[in-house]
Design a protein around this ligand. Structure first.
Ligand code: NI
Length: 172
């Protein structure tokens, strides 16, 4: 099932996700719906918060747009450490329409969490996967990528977004 993705400035996106107590059928269903939603968007990552679900779950697939497609889910993910240089991918977000920006991120990240079976996993990532994990785990803490860019750029986006929302209000 495809879920509705909340967009900036929806307050729900500022919530801190609650830890998942047990990985059960309900969680598997949420994960499946999140995957349907991510691929249809399309995107390379999604946090449950973005779909209005207040749980600490992310899914990601750096190969979402290729034939190698296959997603991973992480439950209660935590960044354990970051290292390496500061890197920037031109980031976008399904909850921040019509905007992309470089965002300073750590080159490497170590993340721990639970997999779909509820088993503890540790992921050491670099490159695009490292950036995706940092971006999605930010969502679980109520942080959007625009919070990590310069105030000037953020201010410009906020203004533009406000105008676009006003226009769509008048059209409906
Ligand atoms: Ni995002």
């Amino acid at each position: 099932m495809i879920l509705e993705i909340l967009t900036y400035p929806d307050d729900f996106l500022r919530k801190t996700a609650k830890p998942v107590a047990a990985v059960d059928k309900e969680i598997w269903e949420i994960i499946e719906n999140m995957a349907d939603t991510m691929y249809s968007a399309p995107g390379v990552g999604l946090a449950a918060i973005q779909a209005g679900i207040d749980k600490s779950i992310i899914i990601y697939d750096p190969d979402a747009d290729s034939e190698k497609r296959g997603y991973q889910a992480l439950i209660n993910p935590k960044v354990i450490s970051t290292s390496g240089e500061t890197v920037s991918e031109n980031e976008g977000c399904l909850s921040v329409p019509d905007f992309r920006s470089d965002v300073p991120r750590a080159e490497k990240v170590v993340v721990e969490g639970l997999d779909r079976e509820g088993k503890a996993v540790r992921i050491e990532a670099d490159g695009l996967l490292s950036v995706i994990l940092q971006h999605e785990i930010d969502h679980l803490n109520g942080i959007l990528f625009i919070d990590r860019i310069s105030p000037l750029k953020r201010g410009m986006y906020k203004k533009r977004r406000k105008k676009a929302l006003k226009r769509s209000d008048q059209a409906s």
